[in-house]
Design a protein around this ligand. Structure first.
Ligand code: GDD
Ligand code: MN
Length: 377
């Protein structure tokens, strides 16, 4: 047996130049766009050793099969399929982690990003004095194409808000089209929020040092096939990212949301209790119904907001509701127990109540995060 470690097979002093550039492309129902994009990449990237990695979040239109079919004959094409997961940013992060290329680009699959910019981006990085090159719509020569006025206005507002977490003078921190060197990504990866869809902003906000960047102008094209996946909730995801970057190192944003929704649950509980008592129900019946109403309401709100990136549907929704209600019931017992202990020690009623509520909230949050919306499925 030969125990010499394999060193990649290159001759001494010479490295294989394979896969100099990886293009990471997040996809969600983009089956018609994938083959067109791969064809275009072949045209513009001739002369560079590249690969394209599609990170698909379980599209139902056959996108991963289209990618794998291409990959059968084209070794430059790769597919990373994620099940039970959603999120543009986390898809990009995992795509970048799954390639060994020293330079990585991120771009959309829907042909809205001008692929002819890729060689220029690559050349700009090759100079060695830049960390990241961003394709920008908001510098002279760039444009938003036929993006409607409302979206342009929202994008402008979001750009202003981004200054809270990124000090760099980026004209288009919202861009989903950029290229960076691996070391830059590695430097940021452990600090990334991974929330939402603003991966570029996340990288800038999470890098331990100021990034040296250049922006290249491009015009955002119209979508040809399929439709945009960014719905009205993107604004919410964006705020979560900003909040996470601002206070996430002190207290998890998810916990804050969870606690706020819990507080709302108390209000629901009281309102429903009053309504049933008003209808003449017995107190125990009214309180039971009110508790159930509050738990269901909290569950739905948490599914929509707090755990949006792991939201449950169909049978999983039902299973999630059950684990949530069971978890919260145990939390309520813990709450009462702790409050009783603290009160019994001679503390004031409100301190006892607060201690109980805090323990209950932390317990519920732990159960919700690990079981109800836990990753292990
Ligand atoms: N894997 C994965 N998971 N891919 C996703 C997801 C997801 O949850 N959501 C969207 N995608 C993919 C789409 O298939 C597409 O390739 C790309 O991410 C961008 O999604 P679009 O739905 O086309 O977004 P858009 O055109 O509205 O927004 C784009 O432009 C914005 C600037 O206005 C994106 O590039 C944004 O990042 C960018 O900020
Ligand atoms: Mn798009």
């Amino acid at each position: 047996m030969d125990a010499t470690p394999y060193d990649g097979g290159a001759a001494p002093g010479q490295a294989w130049s394979s896969r100099q550039l990886a293009v990471v492309v997040p996809t969600l129902n983009e089956s018609a766009n994938v083959p067109v994009l791969v064809g275009l990449l072949h045209e513009v990237l001739a002369g560079i050793e590249w690969e394209v990695l599609f990170v698909d979040d379980d599209s139902r239109d056959g996108t991963p099969d289209v990618v794998r079919r291409l990959a059968q004959t084209d070794p430059r094409v790769r597919c990373l399929q994620r099940i039970g997961r959603r999120g543009l940013s986390s898809a990009c992060i995992e795509g970048i982690l799954a390639t060994s290329a020293p330079v990585v680009a991120v771009m959309d699959a829907d042909l809205q990003h001008d692929e002819t910019l890729l060689p220029q981006m690559y050349a700009a990085l090759a100079g060695g004095d830049l960390d990241i090159v961003v394709a920008s719509r908001y510098i002279p020569g760039g444009g938003t194409g036929d993006l409607d006025a409302k979206r342009v206005a929202i994008s402008g507002l979001a750009t202003k808000l981004s200054r809270l977490i990124v000090k760099s003078d980026l004209a288009d921190p919202m861009s989903g089209f950029f290229m960076l060197r691996r070391e830059v990504f590695s430097g940021a990866v452990r600090h990334l929020s991974g929330q939402g869809f603003k991966i570029l902003l996340d990288i800038f906000a999470s890098s331990p040092r100021k990034l040296r960047f250049r922006e290249l102008a491009f015009t955002f094209r119209a979508r040809r096939f399929g439709e945009s996946k960014l719905d009205s909730m993107v604004a919410w995801e964006y705020l979560m990212l900003i909040a996470d970057k601002l206070v996430g190192h002190i207290i998890p944003v998810r916990f804050v949301l969870f606690a706020l929704i819990g507080g709302l649950g108390v209000v629901v509980n009281l309102l429903v209790l009053r309504a049933f008592l008003g209808l003449g129900a017995r107190f125990s019946v009214a309180e039971t119904l009110a508790t159930i109403a509050a738990m269901v309401c909290n569950f739905m709100l948490n599914n929509k907001f707090t755990y949006r990136d792991r939201r449950l549907k169909g049978a999983r929704l039902v299973r999630g509701l059950v684990t949530f209600c069971v978890g919260c019931s145990i939390g309520a017992v813990a709450n009462i127990g702790i409050a009783g202990e603290v009160f019994g020690d001679g503390s004031s009623w409100w301190l006892a109540g607060l201690a109980g509520a805090l323990i209950g909230a932390v317990w519920n949050y732990a159960i919700a995060s690990t079981y109800t919306w836990g990753r292990a499925k």
